[in-house]
Write a protein that binds this ligand. Structure first.
Ligand SMILES: [Zn+2]
Ligand SMILES: [Zn+2]
Length: 56
C-alpha cells in the first residue's frame, strides 16, 4: 500500500502545473522547472489520487 494513501482521504494540495506535485499543507509550487512554479497549490479532496477537480 503506498505511503501517500493517507493524504488521499482528506484535504490536500496539488500543483496543476507540469510537476504534478502534491502536499498536505498549503504552499506554493517549489519546482523551479514547473510552469506553475511559485503559484499556490490547489486544494483537493479527491479520494482516488487522480486530483481531478470536480466537474459538475
Ligand atoms: Zn508545480
Ligand atoms: Zn487529490
Amino acid at each position: 500500500m503506498p505511503r501517500s494513501i493517507n493524504l488521499l482521504f482528506m484535504e490536500h494540495f496539488v500543483c496543476r502545473g507540469t510537476c504534478g506535485g502534491e502536499s498536505d499543507i498549503k504552499k506554493v509550487c517549489e519546482s523551479e522547472d514547473c510552469n506553475h512554479a511559485g503559484m499556490e497549490l490547489e486544494s483537493c479532496d479527491c479520494a482516488d489520487g487522480t486530483h481531478k477537480p470536480p466537474l459538475d
